[in-house]
Design a protein around this ligand. Structure first.
Ligand code: UDP
Length: 488
């Protein structure tokens, strides 16, 4: 299906005879954001030789490991030029809210402008066809406007969530009250089912509501919104957005997946080899994989409860366990020894049925035939990766927009089994009991064939849409035509 106003051929064959143009990306400094942005840049370079791509890299102010992750990404993808934006003073972690974070990003505007003028425009005769900004970097749409360059939003989350930001901006502009716990479930156009208050992402908080509303309002000033999804997956959300001729065109070009993942070396690489070897020895669909994204780290009592739940499920498991951030830090750490946290009895009893790791080689793990289910925080990259490899999801959202992603997967799309839809890392009373973990894991592993079949079918569609004539291929072709038409 076409996701924009018609006139699309998807053909790009003739573009190689055209002149070259530059694309400037401004991703947000977060692993989930960078992974799909780099994936998108690679897709562009694989499809046409018309573009030179530069990424302006904003320093991650709280965790040097994200910056080294970025370095490793660009070391593997050398066709993409990267320019590091000078670091600026960051707000203290304790003061960090969505509003403060978007202001911190906005404070980079003069530096982003300088980099585009002095290091992109000045260094190449090729015109800049577009500045492509991350969903948290919508403020740079103003920089693009000032330079007379078209701007596009690269929305690395899903179409339904983009629809939510539009809904928020309009709800606010219409003078409607903010969300209240006592309200009935909300009719939000991009979701097929009414959305309960408890699964609304951060936006149940006033400040976040205003911040996401302001982002939704800003996106409308762009020339288009590129979404890492495919129209067959989120047909309801996509249809509601396409039906609106007052919004910028959307381009559903996904799924964009970095199949290489993070480059691992030293002990991380050895651990990876050990995990993959262990998986090789297991039967097809026999292992449940647990991983909660780049920031997933539970409190000690919750970790112990997961261990009890897994042990009583009797299933083989691979679990990425991270340590909660130290005071004043934002990113989780790693346990050097698991007996720091788990009772020796658990480690002894599960030594043949389970494997624990810090950073999991997630994409490789999901691609392995032994993996039969994924207990996931429902980050959008993880969701797409799991579906691509046909692994059914058990939902355990954690932060960001993950609660509403889990809701969409379970209620609107019927693609996942619910363990929890509303767990929040910042709510000290949220706790998932061992018996619920056991139940969800056993259910998926023993009776989840319908979900596995659906995930596999969705994975097949995901591959088809990227091939010539597929919906994402076509949407992408239209985007390229628009970029080349913009300047050449
Ligand atoms: N990831 C990984 N190993 C881990 C944790 C995360 O490879 O132990 C990767 C995962 O494959 C995905 C990304 O990091 O590509 C996480 O992105 P997502 O949008 O799912 O979640 P976020 O980290 O933004 O919460």
């Amino acid at each position: 299906m076409s996701v924009c106003k018609p006139k699309n051929t998807g053909a790009t064959a003739n573009t190689s005879t055209m002149k070259r143009a530059q694309l400037v990306f401004v991703p947000c400094p977060g692993i989930g954001h960078l992974v799909s942005t780099v994936g998108f840049a690679k897709l562009i370079l694989g499809r046409t030789e018309n573009f030179l791509i530069t990424m302006l890299v904003i320093n991650h102010p709280y965790d040097p490991s994200v910056n080294s992750y970025v370095e490793s990404l660009f070391a593997t993808h050398t066709q993409i030029k990267s320019i590091t934006i000078p670091a600026i003073a960051a707000p203290p972690v304790e003061a960090l809210t969505e509003k403060v974070f978007t202001q911190f990003i906005r404070d980079h505007s003069p530096l982003v402008r300088d980099a585009i003028v002095n290091q992109v425009i000045a260094n190449s005769p090729d015109p800049v066809a577009s500045v492509i900004v991350d969903l948290f970097c919508a403020c740079f749409i103003d920089v693009a406007k000032e330079l007379g360059v078209p701007s596009y939003v690269f929305f690395c989350s899903d179409a339904a969530f983009y629809g939510l930001t539009v809904y928020l901006s309009e709800r606010e502009d219409g003078g409607q009250p903010k969300f209240r716990e006592s309200d009935l479930d909300y009719t939000i156009p991009s979701y097929a089912n009414p959305v309960p208050y408890r699964v609304l992402p951060l936006v149940h908080r006033d400040q976040a509501y205003e911040t996401f509303g302001a982002l939704g309002r800003k996106y409308k000033e762009s020339n288009g919104v590129i979404i890492n999804t495919f129209s067959e997956l989120e047909s309801h959300a996509v249809n509601t957005l396409v039906a609106r001729d007052d919004l910028p065109s959307i381009f559903t070009v996904g799924p964009l997946i970095d199949h290489k993942g993070k480059g691992l070396s030293g002990s991380e690489a050895a651990k990876r080899d050990e995990i993959m070897k262990w998986l090789d020895d297991q039967h097809e669909n026999s292992v449940v994989f647990l991983c909660f994204g780049s920031q997933g780290a539970f409190r000690e009592e919750q970790l112990k409860e997961i261990a009890i739940g897994l042990e009583s499920s009797g299933q083989l498991f691979l679990w990425a366990v991270r340590k909660p951030p130290s005071p004043g830090e934002i990113m989780p750490g790693y346990y050097t020894r698991y007996d720091e946290i788990f009772p020796a009895e658990f480690l002894e009893k599960t030594k043949n049925i389970g494997r624990l790791c810090g950073w999991a080689p997630q994409v490789e793990v999901l691609a392995h035939r032994a993996v039969g289910a994924f207990v996931s925080h429902c980050g959008w990259n993880s969701t797409l990766e799991s579906l691509w490899y046909g692994v059914p999801i058990i939902t355990w959202p954690y932060y960001g927009e993950q609660q509403i992603n889990a809701f969409q997967l379970v209620k609107d799309l019927g693609l996942a089994v619910e363990l929890t839809l509303d767990f929040r890392r910042d709510c000290s009373t949220d706790f998932v009991k061992a018996e619920d973990i056991t139940k969800a894991v056993k259910y998926m592993m023993e009776q989840g064939s319908e979900y596995r079949a659906k995930a596999k079918a969705t994975g097949e569609i995901a591959k088809q849409v990227l091939l010539e004539g597929g919906s994402s291929y076509v949407a992408f072709g239209r985007l390229i035509e628009q970029w080349l038409g913009n300047k050449l």
